[in-house]
Design a protein around this ligand. Structure first.
Ligand code: SF4
Ligand code: SF4
Length: 188
């Protein structure tokens, strides 16, 4: 028993400090966030984005498939009809109201798999914390992709084809640059 007492008094502290000394010479793994932000994996699931066609029209057709696919009931969509005077997307319908509740979202990505027009994708943006609940319900205006050069703010007529089929088949004339996958954050 005396031997075990000696071990506890002398050897155990030395062994404990040995761990400390070994670690002192290792490269630190601590990241000084938010001053040091490491890039995420390319396919990291971050904040969503509602994409546009190269003329600025919205890809969302207000079909609600993303909302039905969501296991957390985090998406709310209200579709509406385009008119001759007010067109937001090619074809008949567009998403008039689009909300994602980031208090509920678990960033699983099922919604983007369900979207038939690739309107909805996910960026690499992960800074979604806030100090109140209201601001964590993102509206369509928060989620829409920015207008890139060559795009016009909807509503406006279809500029790339005579009907929605030209858009969906990519039969643009002349073939413009598809900006869907080039939005900031690397849409997935
Ligand atoms: S990522 Fe998952 S939880 Fe979040 S809105 Fe999409 S389906 Fe719902
Ligand atoms: S984001 Fe896609 S699935 Fe959701 S309503 Fe729009 S078109 Fe439909």
């Amino acid at each position: 028993m005396a031997g075990s007492g000696l071990k506890e008094q002398f050897w155990d502290p030395i062994a404990g400090f040995g761990v400390t000394f070994r670690t002192m010479f290792r490269k630190p793994v601590t990241v000084q966030y938010p001053f040091d932000k490491r890039p995420t994996a390319p396919r990291f699931h971050g904040r969503h984005q509602l994409n546009r066609w190269p003329d600025g029209l919205e890809k969302c057709i207000g079909c609600e498939l993303c909302a039905w696919a969501c296991p957390a009931d985090a998406i709310y969509v209200e579709g509406a009809s385009n008119t001759e005077d007010e067109r937001f997307s090619p074809g008949e319908r567009y998403g008039r109201v689009y909300q994602i509740n980031y208090l509920r979202c678990i960033l699983c990505g099922l919604c983007i798999e369900a979207c038939p027009t690739r309107a909805l994708t996910m960026t690499n943006e992960y800074e979604l914390a806030d100090d109140n609940r209201e601001d964590l319900i993102y509206e369509k205006s928060d989620l829409l992709a920015p207008l890139l050069p060559g795009m016009e703010q909807p509503p406006h007529p279809m500029l790339l084809g005579s009907d929605e089929g030209d858009y969906y088949r990519g039969e643009f004339s002349p073939q413009p640059r598809d900006t869907t996958a080039e939005q900031p954050g690397g849409a997935q």
